[in-house]
Ligand binder design. Structure first.
Ligand code: HAM
Length: 421
Protein backbone atom coordinates (compact mmCIF):
# COMPACT_ATOMS: atom_id res chain seq x y z
CA UNK A 1 0.00 0.00 0.00
CA UNK A 2 1.27 3.48 -0.86
CA UNK A 3 0.88 5.73 2.17
CA UNK A 4 1.04 9.49 2.70
CA UNK A 5 4.65 10.63 3.19
CA UNK A 6 5.85 10.76 6.83
CA UNK A 7 4.94 14.06 8.43
CA UNK A 8 2.13 14.83 5.95
CA UNK A 9 -1.56 14.40 6.62
CA UNK A 10 -4.78 13.99 4.69
CA UNK A 11 -7.62 16.18 5.83
CA UNK A 12 -10.64 13.90 5.52
CA UNK A 13 -14.24 15.05 4.98
CA UNK A 14 -15.03 14.58 8.68
CA UNK A 15 -12.40 17.18 9.64
CA UNK A 16 -13.04 19.75 6.93
CA UNK A 17 -15.73 21.66 8.83
CA UNK A 18 -13.25 22.49 11.61
CA UNK A 19 -10.80 23.87 9.03
CA UNK A 20 -13.51 25.90 7.33
CA UNK A 21 -14.70 27.24 10.68
CA UNK A 22 -11.15 28.36 11.54
CA UNK A 23 -10.55 29.78 8.06
CA UNK A 24 -13.78 31.82 8.24
CA UNK A 25 -12.70 33.35 11.56
CA UNK A 26 -9.26 34.12 10.07
CA UNK A 27 -10.82 35.84 7.05
CA UNK A 28 -13.24 37.78 9.27
CA UNK A 29 -10.64 39.05 11.72
CA UNK A 30 -8.14 40.06 9.02
CA UNK A 31 -10.83 41.83 7.04
CA UNK A 32 -11.96 43.80 10.13
CA UNK A 33 -8.38 45.06 10.43
CA UNK A 34 -8.40 45.80 6.67
CA UNK A 35 -5.78 43.23 5.62
CA UNK A 36 -5.93 42.00 2.00
CA UNK A 37 -5.25 38.39 1.04
CA UNK A 38 -2.10 37.48 -0.89
CA UNK A 39 -1.26 34.09 -2.47
CA UNK A 40 2.24 33.18 -3.61
CA UNK A 41 3.65 30.05 -5.31
CA UNK A 42 4.40 26.96 -3.26
CA UNK A 43 8.05 27.01 -4.36
CA UNK A 44 10.59 29.77 -4.76
CA UNK A 45 14.26 30.05 -5.63
CA UNK A 46 16.26 28.66 -2.69
CA UNK A 47 18.35 31.82 -2.42
CA UNK A 48 15.25 33.77 -1.30
CA UNK A 49 14.91 31.76 1.91
CA UNK A 50 18.64 31.32 2.47
CA UNK A 51 19.10 35.08 2.36
CA UNK A 52 15.79 36.01 3.99
CA UNK A 53 15.64 33.58 6.91
CA UNK A 54 19.42 33.31 7.43
CA UNK A 55 22.01 30.66 6.48
CA UNK A 56 22.71 29.80 10.12
CA UNK A 57 19.12 29.06 11.11
CA UNK A 58 17.78 25.52 11.60
CA UNK A 59 15.20 26.10 8.88
CA UNK A 60 17.77 26.90 6.20
CA UNK A 61 20.52 24.64 7.52
CA UNK A 62 18.52 21.49 8.21
CA UNK A 63 14.87 21.66 7.30
CA UNK A 64 14.25 22.94 3.79
CA UNK A 65 12.87 20.80 0.99
CA UNK A 66 15.27 21.99 -1.70
CA UNK A 67 15.82 20.39 -5.09
CA UNK A 68 17.24 21.04 -8.53
CA UNK A 69 14.55 21.07 -11.19
CA UNK A 70 15.15 19.76 -14.72
CA UNK A 71 16.77 23.03 -15.75
CA UNK A 72 19.11 22.87 -12.75
CA UNK A 73 17.43 25.74 -10.90
CA UNK A 74 17.71 25.39 -7.14
CA UNK A 75 14.17 25.56 -5.76
CA UNK A 76 12.66 25.20 -2.27
CA UNK A 77 9.14 24.42 -1.07
CA UNK A 78 8.34 27.43 1.08
CA UNK A 79 9.15 26.83 4.76
CA UNK A 80 7.51 30.13 5.75
CA UNK A 81 5.72 32.97 4.06
CA UNK A 82 7.40 36.22 5.10
CA UNK A 83 10.25 35.94 2.57
CA UNK A 84 7.76 35.11 -0.21
CA UNK A 85 5.52 38.04 0.70
CA UNK A 86 8.52 40.37 0.69
CA UNK A 87 9.65 38.98 -2.68
CA UNK A 88 6.18 39.63 -4.15
CA UNK A 89 6.07 43.10 -2.54
CA UNK A 90 9.36 44.05 -4.20
CA UNK A 91 8.63 42.33 -7.54
CA UNK A 92 5.26 44.05 -7.99
CA UNK A 93 6.35 47.40 -6.51
CA UNK A 94 3.47 47.24 -4.04
CA UNK A 95 5.12 50.02 -2.04
CA UNK A 96 4.69 52.42 -4.97
CA UNK A 97 0.96 51.76 -5.08
CA UNK A 98 0.42 52.57 -1.42
CA UNK A 99 2.79 53.45 1.40
CA UNK A 100 1.47 50.77 3.77
CA UNK A 101 0.51 47.29 2.60
CA UNK A 102 -1.43 45.13 5.06
CA UNK A 103 -1.51 41.54 3.77
CA UNK A 104 -2.64 38.14 5.04
CA UNK A 105 -2.39 34.54 3.87
CA UNK A 106 -3.44 30.96 4.53
CA UNK A 107 -1.04 28.50 2.94
CA UNK A 108 0.77 25.16 3.23
CA UNK A 109 4.42 25.27 4.39
CA UNK A 110 7.14 22.62 4.31
CA UNK A 111 9.90 21.83 6.81
CA UNK A 112 11.73 18.54 7.19
CA UNK A 113 11.51 18.37 10.97
CA UNK A 114 11.12 15.27 13.13
CA UNK A 115 7.36 14.69 13.10
CA UNK A 116 5.49 14.57 16.41
CA UNK A 117 2.17 15.80 17.79
CA UNK A 118 1.79 19.35 16.48
CA UNK A 119 4.87 19.12 14.26
CA UNK A 120 4.50 18.13 10.62
CA UNK A 121 6.55 18.29 7.46
CA UNK A 122 3.70 19.79 5.48
CA UNK A 123 1.72 22.06 7.76
CA UNK A 124 -0.48 25.10 7.25
CA UNK A 125 -0.09 28.64 8.46
CA UNK A 126 -2.23 31.70 8.46
CA UNK A 127 -0.49 34.97 9.02
CA UNK A 128 -0.35 38.68 8.44
CA UNK A 129 2.38 41.05 7.29
CA UNK A 130 2.30 44.88 7.32
CA UNK A 131 4.97 46.48 5.15
CA UNK A 132 5.76 50.19 5.18
CA UNK A 133 5.60 51.53 8.74
CA UNK A 134 7.68 51.49 11.93
CA UNK A 135 4.62 52.19 14.10
CA UNK A 136 4.61 49.93 17.17
CA UNK A 137 0.81 50.06 16.94
CA UNK A 138 1.14 47.67 14.00
CA UNK A 139 3.15 45.32 16.22
CA UNK A 140 0.28 45.60 18.70
CA UNK A 141 -2.20 44.92 15.89
CA UNK A 142 -0.40 41.64 15.04
CA UNK A 143 -0.68 40.47 18.64
CA UNK A 144 -4.27 41.66 18.80
CA UNK A 145 -5.30 39.83 15.60
CA UNK A 146 -3.64 36.56 16.53
CA UNK A 147 -4.99 36.69 20.09
CA UNK A 148 -8.46 37.56 18.79
CA UNK A 149 -8.50 34.62 16.38
CA UNK A 150 -7.42 32.18 19.09
CA UNK A 151 -10.00 33.56 21.53
CA UNK A 152 -12.75 33.35 18.90
CA UNK A 153 -11.86 29.68 18.52
CA UNK A 154 -12.66 29.37 22.22
CA UNK A 155 -9.08 28.88 23.42
CA UNK A 156 -8.34 29.97 26.98
CA UNK A 157 -5.08 28.37 28.06
CA UNK A 158 -2.95 30.98 26.26
CA UNK A 159 0.19 32.89 27.24
CA UNK A 160 1.35 35.86 25.19
CA UNK A 161 5.12 36.33 25.39
CA UNK A 162 6.81 39.43 24.05
CA UNK A 163 10.38 40.62 23.75
CA UNK A 164 12.44 43.13 21.83
CA UNK A 165 15.69 42.35 20.06
CA UNK A 166 16.57 46.00 19.51
CA UNK A 167 18.44 47.20 16.44
CA UNK A 168 21.59 45.49 15.08
CA UNK A 169 23.95 47.98 16.78
CA UNK A 170 22.53 47.43 20.28
CA UNK A 171 22.23 43.72 19.62
CA UNK A 172 25.89 43.56 18.62
CA UNK A 173 26.93 45.13 21.93
CA UNK A 174 24.71 42.64 23.74
CA UNK A 175 26.11 39.67 21.80
CA UNK A 176 29.62 40.65 22.91
CA UNK A 177 28.43 40.85 26.55
CA UNK A 178 26.80 37.45 26.24
CA UNK A 179 29.92 36.04 24.65
CA UNK A 180 32.13 37.24 27.47
CA UNK A 181 29.61 35.92 30.02
CA UNK A 182 29.63 32.45 28.42
CA UNK A 183 33.30 32.34 27.40
CA UNK A 184 34.58 30.49 30.47
CA UNK A 185 31.46 28.26 30.59
CA UNK A 186 31.59 27.31 26.92
CA UNK A 187 32.90 23.81 27.61
CA UNK A 188 29.77 23.12 29.68
CA UNK A 189 27.38 23.93 26.81
CA UNK A 190 25.66 21.24 24.72
CA UNK A 191 27.20 20.45 21.33
CA UNK A 192 24.50 22.44 19.50
CA UNK A 193 24.92 25.45 21.74
CA UNK A 194 28.71 25.31 21.36
CA UNK A 195 28.17 25.62 17.62
CA UNK A 196 25.72 28.47 18.11
CA UNK A 197 28.23 30.24 20.35
CA UNK A 198 30.29 30.89 17.22
CA UNK A 199 27.59 31.18 14.52
CA UNK A 200 24.48 32.70 16.10
CA UNK A 201 24.96 33.15 19.82
CA UNK A 202 21.44 34.46 20.57
CA UNK A 203 19.96 31.13 19.45
CA UNK A 204 21.52 29.47 22.51
CA UNK A 205 18.43 30.77 24.32
CA UNK A 206 16.34 28.40 22.16
CA UNK A 207 18.18 25.36 23.54
CA UNK A 208 15.95 22.70 25.08
CA UNK A 209 18.88 21.27 27.10
CA UNK A 210 18.44 21.84 30.84
CA UNK A 211 22.16 22.43 31.53
CA UNK A 212 22.24 25.17 28.87
CA UNK A 213 19.22 26.86 30.42
CA UNK A 214 20.83 26.64 33.89
CA UNK A 215 23.95 28.36 32.57
CA UNK A 216 21.84 31.08 30.98
CA UNK A 217 19.95 31.90 34.17
CA UNK A 218 22.50 34.48 35.25
CA UNK A 219 23.20 35.76 31.72
CA UNK A 220 22.79 39.48 30.95
CA UNK A 221 19.55 40.22 29.09
CA UNK A 222 19.03 42.06 25.85
CA UNK A 223 16.69 44.49 27.58
CA UNK A 224 19.62 45.89 29.59
CA UNK A 225 21.43 46.94 26.41
CA UNK A 226 18.49 48.24 24.43
CA UNK A 227 18.77 51.43 22.36
CA UNK A 228 16.38 54.29 23.21
CA UNK A 229 14.27 53.98 20.06
CA UNK A 230 13.62 50.26 20.63
CA UNK A 231 12.87 50.84 24.31
CA UNK A 232 10.40 53.58 23.44
CA UNK A 233 8.64 51.40 20.83
CA UNK A 234 8.55 48.49 23.27
CA UNK A 235 6.89 50.71 25.91
CA UNK A 236 4.28 51.89 23.41
CA UNK A 237 3.62 48.30 22.34
CA UNK A 238 3.10 47.17 25.93
CA UNK A 239 0.77 50.08 26.62
CA UNK A 240 -1.24 49.33 23.48
CA UNK A 241 -1.75 45.64 24.14
CA UNK A 242 -2.57 46.33 27.78
CA UNK A 243 -5.28 48.74 26.77
CA UNK A 244 -6.57 46.12 24.31
CA UNK A 245 -7.01 43.88 27.37
CA UNK A 246 -4.42 41.31 26.30
CA UNK A 247 -2.44 39.80 29.21
CA UNK A 248 1.25 39.26 28.39
CA UNK A 249 4.62 38.33 29.83
CA UNK A 250 7.99 39.78 28.90
CA UNK A 251 10.33 36.94 27.96
CA UNK A 252 13.85 38.32 27.45
CA UNK A 253 14.87 34.93 26.02
CA UNK A 254 12.39 35.02 23.14
CA UNK A 255 14.87 35.26 20.26
CA UNK A 256 12.92 33.14 17.70
CA UNK A 257 14.40 30.88 15.06
CA UNK A 258 14.57 33.24 12.09
CA UNK A 259 17.33 35.81 11.61
CA UNK A 260 15.33 38.67 10.14
CA UNK A 261 13.87 40.09 13.37
CA UNK A 262 14.57 43.57 14.72
CA UNK A 263 12.86 45.05 17.79
CA UNK A 264 9.58 43.23 18.66
CA UNK A 265 9.25 39.46 18.80
CA UNK A 266 6.25 37.62 20.21
CA UNK A 267 4.73 34.18 20.58
CA UNK A 268 1.44 32.84 21.86
CA UNK A 269 1.83 29.58 23.74
CA UNK A 270 -0.84 27.02 24.55
CA UNK A 271 -0.72 25.04 27.78
CA UNK A 272 -2.67 22.23 26.11
CA UNK A 273 -0.55 20.86 23.27
CA UNK A 274 2.59 19.39 24.85
CA UNK A 275 6.08 20.34 23.80
CA UNK A 276 5.17 21.96 20.47
CA UNK A 277 3.35 24.69 22.32
CA UNK A 278 3.84 27.81 20.16
CA UNK A 279 0.56 28.42 18.36
CA UNK A 280 1.91 31.47 16.64
CA UNK A 281 4.94 33.70 16.47
CA UNK A 282 6.09 36.83 14.80
CA UNK A 283 7.84 40.13 15.06
CA UNK A 284 9.29 43.13 13.31
CA UNK A 285 11.73 42.87 10.40
CA UNK A 286 12.79 46.41 9.49
CA UNK A 287 15.83 45.34 7.46
CA UNK A 288 14.53 42.36 5.52
CA UNK A 289 13.02 44.18 2.54
CA UNK A 290 16.26 46.01 1.84
CA UNK A 291 18.21 42.78 2.42
CA UNK A 292 16.14 41.11 -0.30
CA UNK A 293 16.78 43.92 -2.79
CA UNK A 294 13.94 46.36 -2.11
CA UNK A 295 14.01 49.97 -0.94
CA UNK A 296 14.56 50.31 2.82
CA UNK A 297 11.07 49.55 4.18
CA UNK A 298 10.08 48.42 7.67
CA UNK A 299 7.79 45.44 8.22
CA UNK A 300 6.10 43.42 10.94
CA UNK A 301 4.07 40.21 10.93
CA UNK A 302 3.17 36.88 12.46
CA UNK A 303 2.23 33.37 11.42
CA UNK A 304 0.22 30.69 13.21
CA UNK A 305 0.18 26.92 12.74
CA UNK A 306 -3.30 25.67 11.89
CA UNK A 307 -2.76 21.98 12.81
CA UNK A 308 -1.33 23.00 16.20
CA UNK A 309 -4.22 25.37 16.87
CA UNK A 310 -6.79 22.70 15.97
CA UNK A 311 -4.98 20.29 18.31
CA UNK A 312 -5.24 22.88 21.11
CA UNK A 313 -8.95 23.36 20.27
CA UNK A 314 -9.51 19.61 20.46
CA UNK A 315 -7.64 19.30 23.77
CA UNK A 316 -9.51 22.27 25.26
CA UNK A 317 -12.80 21.16 23.64
CA UNK A 318 -13.02 24.81 22.75
CA UNK A 319 -15.82 24.62 20.17
CA UNK A 320 -18.31 22.14 18.79
CA UNK A 321 -19.88 22.32 15.38
CA UNK A 322 -23.31 21.09 14.39
CA UNK A 323 -23.28 17.85 12.39
CA UNK A 324 -23.72 18.13 8.63
CA UNK A 325 -27.32 17.77 7.53
CA UNK A 326 -29.40 17.37 4.38
CA UNK A 327 -32.56 19.29 3.54
CA UNK A 328 -34.04 16.30 1.78
CA UNK A 329 -33.39 12.60 1.25
CA UNK A 330 -35.48 10.97 -1.46
CA UNK A 331 -36.41 7.35 -0.83
CA UNK A 332 -37.01 5.28 -3.94
CA UNK A 333 -39.78 2.75 -3.37
CA UNK A 334 -39.57 1.22 -6.89
CA UNK A 335 -36.29 0.57 -8.66
CA UNK A 336 -37.64 1.58 -12.07
CA UNK A 337 -38.33 5.13 -10.84
CA UNK A 338 -34.69 6.21 -10.97
CA UNK A 339 -35.33 8.83 -13.66
CA UNK A 340 -38.20 10.40 -11.63
CA UNK A 341 -35.96 10.52 -8.55
CA UNK A 342 -33.14 12.05 -10.61
CA UNK A 343 -35.49 14.78 -11.95
CA UNK A 344 -36.96 15.47 -8.50
CA UNK A 345 -33.51 15.80 -6.93
CA UNK A 346 -32.46 18.12 -9.78
CA UNK A 347 -35.48 20.34 -9.13
CA UNK A 348 -34.66 20.87 -5.44
CA UNK A 349 -30.92 21.24 -6.05
CA UNK A 350 -31.59 23.94 -8.67
CA UNK A 351 -33.38 26.00 -6.03
CA UNK A 352 -30.42 25.56 -3.64
CA UNK A 353 -31.56 22.78 -1.31
CA UNK A 354 -29.15 20.04 -0.27
CA UNK A 355 -30.52 16.77 -1.56
CA UNK A 356 -29.32 13.20 -1.81
CA UNK A 357 -30.77 9.80 -2.63
CA UNK A 358 -29.77 6.16 -3.09
CA UNK A 359 -27.56 5.18 -6.03
CA UNK A 360 -26.94 1.61 -4.86
CA UNK A 361 -30.44 0.11 -5.22
CA UNK A 362 -30.67 -0.49 -1.49
CA UNK A 363 -33.79 -1.62 0.39
CA UNK A 364 -36.22 0.99 1.74
CA UNK A 365 -35.01 0.19 5.26
CA UNK A 366 -31.38 0.80 4.24
CA UNK A 367 -32.36 4.05 2.53
CA UNK A 368 -34.07 5.24 5.73
CA UNK A 369 -30.96 4.35 7.71
CA UNK A 370 -28.93 6.45 5.29
CA UNK A 371 -31.38 9.37 5.60
CA UNK A 372 -31.01 9.27 9.39
CA UNK A 373 -27.24 9.01 9.18
CA UNK A 374 -27.16 12.08 6.95
CA UNK A 375 -29.45 14.01 9.35
CA UNK A 376 -32.06 14.63 6.66
CA UNK A 377 -34.65 17.22 7.75
CA UNK A 378 -37.22 15.78 5.31
CA UNK A 379 -37.64 12.48 3.50
CA UNK A 380 -39.65 12.22 0.29
CA UNK A 381 -41.01 8.76 -0.59
CA UNK A 382 -41.57 8.22 -4.30
CA UNK A 383 -43.19 5.01 -5.64
CA UNK A 384 -45.84 2.41 -4.80
CA UNK A 385 -49.62 2.74 -5.32
CA UNK A 386 -49.55 6.34 -4.23
CA UNK A 387 -47.23 7.27 -7.07
CA UNK A 388 -49.55 5.47 -9.51
CA UNK A 389 -52.38 7.75 -8.40
CA UNK A 390 -50.12 10.81 -8.86
CA UNK A 391 -48.88 11.44 -5.30
CA UNK A 392 -45.79 11.12 -3.16
CA UNK A 393 -45.27 11.36 0.60
CA UNK A 394 -43.16 13.90 2.46
CA UNK A 395 -42.07 13.31 6.05
CA UNK A 396 -40.74 15.98 8.40
CA UNK A 397 -38.09 13.96 10.26
CA UNK A 398 -38.03 16.30 13.23
CA UNK A 399 -41.79 16.61 13.96
CA UNK A 400 -42.78 13.27 12.38
CA UNK A 401 -45.59 15.00 10.39
CA UNK A 402 -46.40 13.57 6.94
CA UNK A 403 -47.86 15.30 3.91
CA UNK A 404 -49.27 14.03 0.63
CA UNK A 405 -48.00 16.02 -2.34
CA UNK A 406 -48.96 15.75 -6.06
CA UNK A 407 -45.97 14.41 -8.01
CA UNK A 408 -46.39 17.09 -10.66
CA UNK A 409 -46.43 19.90 -8.05
CA UNK A 410 -43.20 19.36 -6.16
CA UNK A 411 -42.85 23.12 -5.68
CA UNK A 412 -45.49 22.77 -2.90
CA UNK A 413 -42.77 21.08 -0.87
CA UNK A 414 -40.74 24.28 -0.80
CA UNK A 415 -43.42 25.78 1.49
CA UNK A 416 -43.00 22.90 3.94
CA UNK A 417 -39.23 23.50 3.90
CA UNK A 418 -39.70 27.22 4.56
CA UNK A 419 -42.30 26.74 7.29
CA UNK A 420 -40.09 24.23 9.07
CA UNK A 421 -36.96 26.45 9.14
P1 HAM B 1 7.56 30.31 12.92
O1 HAM B 1 7.66 30.52 14.39
O2 HAM B 1 8.66 29.54 12.27
O3 HAM B 1 7.43 31.74 12.27
O4 HAM B 1 6.20 29.58 12.58
C1 HAM B 1 4.97 30.11 13.00
C2 HAM B 1 4.06 29.01 13.53
O5 HAM B 1 3.93 27.98 12.55
C3 HAM B 1 4.58 28.28 14.76
O6 HAM B 1 4.29 28.99 15.94
C4 HAM B 1 3.82 26.98 14.69
O7 HAM B 1 2.51 27.12 15.22
C5 HAM B 1 3.71 26.73 13.20
N1 HAM B 1 4.74 25.75 12.78
C6 HAM B 1 6.03 25.97 12.53
N2 HAM B 1 6.65 24.82 12.16
C7 HAM B 1 5.70 23.85 12.21
C8 HAM B 1 5.70 22.43 11.94
N3 HAM B 1 6.78 21.80 11.53
N4 HAM B 1 4.52 21.76 12.09
C9 HAM B 1 3.40 22.39 12.47
N5 HAM B 1 3.34 23.72 12.73
C10 HAM B 1 4.48 24.44 12.60
C11 HAM B 1 7.32 31.97 10.94
O8 HAM B 1 7.06 31.12 10.11
C12 HAM B 1 7.45 33.43 10.57
N6 HAM B 1 7.30 33.55 9.11
C13 HAM B 1 6.40 34.25 11.30
C14 HAM B 1 6.45 35.70 10.93
C15 HAM B 1 5.66 36.31 10.03
N7 HAM B 1 7.27 36.59 11.41
C16 HAM B 1 7.03 37.76 10.83
N8 HAM B 1 6.06 37.61 9.95
Amino acid sequence: MIKAVTGTKDTLPGEINKWKYLENIVHDVFSHFNYKEIRTPVFEETILFARGIGEETDIVGKEMYSFLDRSETNLTLKPEMTASVVRAYIEHSLGNQQPLNKLFYISPMFRQERPQAGRLRQFHQFGGEALGSTSPYLDAEMIQMSFHILKQLGLNDLTVKINTLGVPASREIYKQKLKSFLQDKKHLLSADSKKRFDTNILRIFDSKVDEDQQLLKEAPTLLEYLDDDSRNDFDLLMKAISSAGIPFEIDPKLVRGLDYYTKTTFEIISGKVGSQSALCGGGRYDLLIEELGGKPTPGVGFAAGIERILLACENEKSFTLPDDSLDLYIVKLDKELSNVIFDSASFFRRVNYTVDYDYLDRSVKAQMREANKMNARFVLFIGGDEFKSGFCNLKNMISGEQYQVPVNQLDQILNYFKNAS
